[in-house]
Design a protein around this ligand. Structure first.
Ligand code: NAG
Ligand code: NAG
Ligand code: NAG
Ligand code: NAG
Ligand code: NAG
Ligand code: NAG
Ligand code: NAG
Ligand code: NAG
Ligand code: ZN
Ligand code: ZN
Length: 367
């Protein structure tokens, strides 16, 4: 009898919790393109949680400025600063200067150790929530020399180089059913997965059974149970966990764009391209860390209104160290590695040029 009552009580509690949580859980904001964002939506969606760092511009070692403590929390979050004393102070101390220098090195900035304008501008950019430095060692800008045209590689792995085991080449993914994602949104992820399967022996299959999928994708607001709370519009956009955890979380609060080519005329200060962020996070699901190559998918920041979905040479080299090449892709066709621009339109036309060159080549061969 008691047991029954207890069960009934917990059922009731669960029921009310469910009612309560579903009424407070906002669904993600998806828009097909920038022009479909209603103007009434934007005023409430323009605050960057890191805007306050603007007023720290020009700060340097030895100063004490209101807001430095929050900046230390930022550097701590992304792995640049150890938390030794409990609370952070507003003193610009030696530890913070070292953190700023490491950050500048990773983002190809002058290593001044000061919060110069380009450093602050970089800090403000929306980014992935995965730390750049795990357990104190940064491999992001270590400058590994590769055999390929003596170029310098900047891809990195998680500590211990976790990857999906060699008997697991056909992986599955599923979407958190609570998000009730549309087919259009799911297709964005299917496209994002195919960017990686094109260059590796891996295949990715969308299954409906969320609990048994290798990789689980969901949109969440604020604190969502993994000690990595989301921070609202901009700031951190998403995060994902190294193999074999397989969790990919995206911030509900972002203005997600699912189908825009982002021509130069269109702009919105908060519109984030969903596929660009998805391709990056899938890189983490497969075992890649961050890269210092600005054109690389695994570069930690991405601006709003930018589509960046094709793997760079640096991404391909990194993922092939973990999994090898795709036996069905000889690598002759594909992204024009190297000097690519960030705009989808510009890349599209480069792709077209490659297609034309290939077609011309084939025609000559046939004749
Ligand atoms: C944006 O999306 C809306 C709704 O799907 C569509 O009607 C409109 O043509 C699109 N605009 C552009 C510029 O693609
Ligand atoms: C924006 O915020 C205000 C005040 O918080 C609220 O009254 C309004 O409904 C919000 N608008 C939208 C489109 O969410
Ligand atoms: C720093 O560590 C202390 C104790 O270990 C903890 O209470 C505090 O929340 C941490 N601060 C940050 C910013 O992580
Ligand atoms: C940290 O700050 C909080 C609030 O400002 C304060 O209550 C707490 O005592 C501080 N802890 C330490 C270790 O300084
Ligand atoms: C780095 O310093 C050089 C020389 O002072 C300057 O020309 C350049 O603009 C600086 N780069 C950045 C990103 O601030
Ligand atoms: C970081 O190092 C500590 C101790 O050296 C270890 O226990 C922990 O598992 C490491 N974390 C990761 C993510 O490798
Ligand atoms: C993904 O799988 C679900 C369930 O199996 C199916 O309804 C949906 O059409 C699939 N979508 C894509 C884009 O593959
Ligand atoms: C390229 O791949 C195709 C299969 O996709 C294969 O038939 C062909 O022999 C390969 N070419 C080379 C040079 O490996
Ligand atoms: Zn990342
Ligand atoms: Zn999470």
């Amino acid at each position: 009898m008691n047991i029954h009552n207890n069960n009934f009580t917990s059922l009731l509690i669960f029921f009310f919790f469910f009612l309560f949580s579903s009424s407070t859980t906002a669904f993600p904001n998806f828009f097909p393109n920038i022009s479909s964002i209603p103007p009434s939506f934007l005023p409430n969606h323009t605050t960057n949680p890191w805007d306050t760092f603007n007023k720290l511009s020009g700060c340097r070692s030895g100063q004490k400025v209101d807001g430095i403590a929050k900046l230390k929390t930022y550097f701590h979050y992304f792995g640049y600063l150890a938390n030794t004393t409990g609370n952070f102070s507003d003193d610009f101390d030696d530890a913070l200067e070292a953190a700023v220098k490491n950050y500048q090195k990773n983002f190809n900035l002058n290593t001044t150790g000061e919060l110069d304008t380009s450093t602050v501008n970089q800090i403000l950019k929306p980014r992935c929530g995965v730390p750049d430095i795990v357990n104190g060692t940064t491999t992001m800008n270590s400058g590994k020399t590769t055999s390929f045209q003596h170029s310098v590689a900047h891809y990195s792995f998680f500590p211990g180089t976790p990857r999906w085991p060699s008997r697991r080449r056909d992986l599955t993914y599923a979407f958190d059913p609570r998000n009730e994602l549309s087919e259009d949104v799911k297709r964005v992820f299917a496209n994002a997965f195919s960017r990686w399967s094109e260059w590796t022996p891996l295949t990715f299959t969308n299954i409906s059974d969320y609990s048994s999928a290798d990789m689980k994708i969901g949109f969440y607001s604020g604190d969502h149970g993994d000690d990595e709370p989301f921070d609202g519009v901009l700031g951190t956009l998403a995060h994902a966990f190294a193999p074999p955890t397989g969790l990919l979380h995206l911030d509900n609060a972002e203005t997600w764009i699912i189908n825009d080519v982002f021509t130069s005329g269109s702009s919105s200060s908060t519109a984030m391209d969903l596929e660009s962020v998805a391709v990056h996070e899938i890189g983490h699901l497969l075992g890649l860390g961050h890269s210092s190559v600005e054109n690389a998918i695994m570069y930690p920041t991405i601006a709003s209104g930018v589509k960046k979905v094709e793997l760079d040479r640096d991404d391909v080299e990194g993922i092939q160290v973990l999994y090898g090449t795709n036996p069905e892709n000889n690598g002759t066709v594909g992204p024009s590695f190297g000097e690519r621009e960030m705009s989808g339109v510009a890349r599209g036309s480069i792709g077209l040029v490659w297609g034309v060159i290939l077609a011309v080549g084939l025609t000559i061969f046939v004749y």
